[in-house]
Design a protein around this ligand. Structure first.
Ligand SMILES: [Mg+2]
Length: 389
């Protein structure tokens, strides 16, 4: 079962595979041979400790990466509609030829989904909620909550976020969903006797509804280290106005969206100063956020596979996973779906960028419209009873 795509398998021009990015030698080469910046969203790991100049070069490379991965600010409010850009942007229109709108292409998606069970995976920030100045205020609208609640009635739906699982549940507040926090390093999934392959770090637990669930935390051994690093980062960024450090349980985010860009260098140096002492942690870039994560072979793509296994939907020809996300870390999930040739990644972006996704949506408002379209399509199919869905 191959997906039809209107463009050749896109290659991420601004990233490096995790395995490569972990190579200290290549990291060193990138910084010293050319003096050039790391590419914008390159996964950066903590190189072995080197004194003096290397640290300066590294943190200045981070600064370049921070600038490149943080597009110019635009006005954003709680109202998702206001996060929209001009539809006559010619660059965006051209980009849509490569990553067609999932709304405009809905019929094509629906045709492919005919006779299949859709499994839905959703990022949270920038996908269900607008990106806002204060990450603690990234609330989703009531309309979006309703749309997610309804879509979860018809399709197994999971949220996979970089936030802590508790935090994202606090924002969403729906018990109908499955939640994966900390970029998939903290997953609550249904209990299945045979699945998922008895992963280590998988334990039985009880969810908020009192139901028995499977709790999977592949980075549990890092908890004390993450707490320690969180406290150190709070301390090291204390004097940088606007910097905010968020403990996401298995990873730490350093938000700099409210930091004047002339102090971004200070943010980079402060983070470097802390994590250079932790070779088991690595750094990734998001939208105006630096994220410190354990060096483990686990990401949102692996979380999708794990959840599909947990739901008994993995390796089934009649299952169509759809993943909607807006950030660099969502590319791991897009890539898994693309490589498996079994599902669609949908990138949420109002600006052109390379992606492993097949389709695009402009902003959370269009995400909501897409979710509503899925529900409407399912209802129509159910009502005419023309096929097994
Ligand atoms: Mg996001």
């Amino acid at each position: 079962m191959d997906l039809k795509t209107n463009h050749a398998a896109p290659v991420l021009t601004d990233s490096a595979p995790i395995a490569q990015s972990r190579l200290h030698s290549s990291l060193l080469h990138c910084t010293t041979a050319s003096g050039a910046a790391f590419s914008p969203n390159l996964l950066l790991t903590v190189p072995r400790k080197k004194a003096g100049l290397l640290d300066d070069v590294r943190s200045s490379s981070w600064l370049d990466a921070m600038k490149a991965s943080s597009p110019p600010p635009k006005r954003v409010t709680k109202e998702q509609n206001n996060d929209r850009t001009s539809p006559d942007d010619s660059g965006y229109s051209n980009w849509l030829l490569k990553y067609p709108s999932a709304l405009a292409s809905f019929e094509q998606i629906a045709n492919f989904a005919r006779g299949k069970r859709i499994a839905l995976f959703l990022d949270y920030d920038g996908t269900l909620s607008p990106i806002v100045d204060n990450p603690d205020c990234a609330f989703m609208s009531n309309d979006m909550r309703s749309a997610v609640k309804i879509v979860a009635k018809y399709f197994p739906t999971a949220i996979i976020s970089g936030r802590s699982r508790d935090k994202v549940y606090e924002f969403v507040g729906l018990t109908e969903l499955y939640y994966a926090g900390s970029h998939g390093m903290d997953i609550v999934s249904p209990v299945r006797e045979s699945a998922p392959a008895d992963h280590v770090n998988s334990i039985r637990s009880t969810c908020k509804r009192g139901k028995e669930v499977n709790l999977f935390q592949p980075a549990s051994e890092f908890l004390p280290m993450i707490d320690e690093v969180f406290n150190s980062l709070v301390e090291s960024t204390r004097d940088i106005k606007g910097a905010k450090v968020e403990n996401n349980k298995f990873c730490v985010s350093v938000h700099y969206r409210n930091v004047d860009d002339k102090y971004w260098d200070a943010v980079a140096r402060s983070v470097d100063k802390v994590i250079k002492n932790y070779p088991k942690l690595r750094l990734t870039h998001g939208r105006k956020v630096l994220e410190v994560r354990p060096v483990i072979d686990w990401d949102k793509g692996k979380a999708v596979t794990f959840l599909l296994e947990s739901l008994g939907l993995n390796n089934c020809d009649d299952v169509l996973p759809i993943y909607i996300g807006d950030d660099r870390t969502d590319e791991d999930a897009f890539k898994v779906l693309r490589e498996r040739r079994r599902g669609y990644g949908i990138l949420v972006s109002s600006a052109p960028k390379e992606s492993n996704a097949y389709y695009s949506l402009r902003d959370p408002f269009e995400v909501m419209e897409f979710l509503k379209s899925l529900v409407m399509w399912k209802k129509v199919k159910c009502s005419i009873g023309s096929e097994v869905l």
